[in-house]
Design a protein around this ligand. Structure first.
Ligand code: ACM
Length: 509
């Protein structure tokens, strides 16, 4: 048997079968419904960096690419792919599974003088977790719609299903709201390091949501509350508490040569935990209800993320009462609230999903807060910061990035963890999914996002999609470093400016 093909995330089963390879050319017929045929043209043209016509008319002499619906393949995202010289057939229950199969086909292509070679292979594949996410922080630095679209394409190519947009933070408010135009008029024009900032109009946001939906990705918007809210005070000074400037914050700011946060002035530093909304004011609750109501109306997906992390400037009793009330408000809007795991200690609405961002070896408080969501049976999304915070440096020489989350975080560290092993007492069924996060304190363009995300996003995608670490010989670091290295030529054709990490066995082409 030849070597396992370079596929990431690792499929459930891959069998190299008898037969000559398939040759895909621009004239390969596609037998499919119109939407699936359009998806094939889009995904395979991007993967080959060529415009592939893939005509709809089949001729008996040309082996075809056939995409068909079969109700017996489950869950959503699952597919079967059979390739040989006589044709390629991808079957799935729906469009999401067909797209997943097409992304696998994209990884199987090798250029030759007679078209794109696909090895004779049979793949039966299905995801481990339904929620496979990527968080993008557009608050510390702002990223225009074109960049967000590029990130959606990258996420889709690794079979991710959710894009979590961290839309607000101390440094800026990035979403236009009709009821509160002051938020973007007064609080969007700043970013870390003094950059220009920016915001999404409602049309921009709808564009992002629709572009994502066409790629089977659901947008999860986050309004971080009640901390990480310094920017709100630029628009509504009466709703924001004065910054809590601790000796640690003073020392850190001095070390970085930054100004301290000051009420009413844009904050452009890297400090966290100093801001809070005023929770003793009923006007704050009216404001939050308006913001979340409008956001729920704009967002077709089921989740609204409320943050809840690092609210060190908020009194504990006020924090607990606020999280309890605001998660219930979101539930009453017909959405599923999501919070960072910090809110586990509060009496949140029972349907609230917790997002764990502690380390792969949790401290007792972090594990306990995460377990609170499991006890309420709503479950957790796992984002262990020392594995899947993709803004951590790879090593001491990485030009961008931070190290606070147990970093630097090598590709191997990003790979060698399993979701079910992070928190004692949490089983697969308690896990909603896995989400990688890219915070953008030190990243301000798409090339920077690419360099920090790739190849580590592929490791996170494998944790979310594939069987548990160590459960098969291929679900191992040695296999991953070879398989992901085989994706270098595809990533170059997709114009992904990946980090050429020395731990990876990169293939030339
Ligand atoms: C976080 O990293 N503060 C969620």
């Amino acid at each position: 048997m030849t070597a396992h093909p370079a596929l990431v995330p690792l499929p459930r089963s891959v069998a190299v079968i008898e037969g000559d390879p398939f040759r895909l050319t621009a004239q390969t017929p596609v037998i499919a419904d119109p939407d699936a045929a359009a998806a094939a043209r889009r995904i395979l043209s991007t993967a080959t960096a060529q415009t592939l016509a893939l005509p709809a008319e089949a001729s008996p002499s040309s082996p075809a690419l056939t995409l068909s619906h079969t109700s017996d393949i489950a869950p959503p995202g699952a597919y079967r792919l059979v390739a040989a010289d006589t044709g390629v057939e991808i079957s799935a229950a729906g469009a999401e599974g067909l797209a997943a199969g097409l992304h696998t086909l994209a990884q199987l292509l090798t250029p030759t003088s007679e078209g794109w070679r696909v090895p004779a292979v049979r793949i039966d594949d299905a995801p481990r977790f339904a929620y496979r996410g990527l968080m993008l922080d557009v608050a510390r630095h702002f990223f225009p719609v074109a960049d967000v679209r590029a990130i959606i394409d990258r996420a889709a190519s690794l079979k991710l299903t959710h894009l979590h947009l961290h839309l607000t933070d101390d440094q800026g408010w990035r979403l236009q709201l009709r009821a509160h135009p002051a938020l973007t008029d007064a609080a969007s024009g700043s970013a870390i390091g003094g950059g220009p900032g920016g915001f999404y109009t409602q049309e921009d946001y709808r564009d992002i949501v629709a572009y994502a939906a066409a790629r089977h990705i659901t947008v999860v918007p986050e309004i971080d509350l009640p901390g990480h809210t310094h920017a709100v005070g630029l628009a509504y000074p009466h709703l924001a508490a004065d910054p809590v400037v601790t000796p640690e914050l003073v020392a850190e700011a001095a070390g970085r040569g930054e100004a301290l946060p000051a009420a009413g002035a844009p904050y452009t530093g890297l400090g966290v935990g100093f801001s809070s909304l005023r929770l003793d004011e009923e006007a704050t609750f009216d404001f939050v209800a308006d913001v979340l109501g409008e956001l729920a109306h704009l967002t077709p997906g089921p989740y609204l993320h409320l943050g809840g992390d690092e609210a060190f400037g908020t009194a504990a009793d006020e924090y607990d009462a606020f999280l309890s009330r605001v998660t219930q408000l979101v539930a009453d809007l017909g959405k599923v609230p999501v919070t960072w795991h910090d809110a586990g200690r509060a009496d949140v609405a029972p349907e609230t999903v917790g997002q764990y961002w502690g380390l792969t070896t949790p401290d007792a408080a972090g594990a306990d807060a995460a377990l609170a969501f499991v006890r309420r049976a709503s479950g957790v999304i796992l984002s262990p910061a020392d594995a899947v915070y993709l803004d951590m440096k790879y090593d001491d020489d990485t030009p961008r990035g931070l190290t606070w989350a147990g970093g630097p975080t090598s590709v191997r560290r990003a790979y060698e963890w399993d979701p079910v092993s992070v928190i004692d007492g949490i089983a697969d069924d308690d896990i909603v999914g896995v989400e990688a996060a890219v915070w953008t304190e030190t990243i301000d363009d798409l090339a920077g996002l690419d360099a920090m995300m790739f190849p580590r996003l592929a490791a996170a995608a494998e944790a979310a999609w594939s069987a548990p670490l160590g459960s098969t010989p291929e679900r191992s670091w040695e296999s991953f470093r070879r398989r992901v290295g085989g994706l270098g030529p595809l990533w170059r054709r997709q114009e992904i400016v990946f980090h050429p990490d020395r731990q990876i066995a990169w293939t030339g082409e």
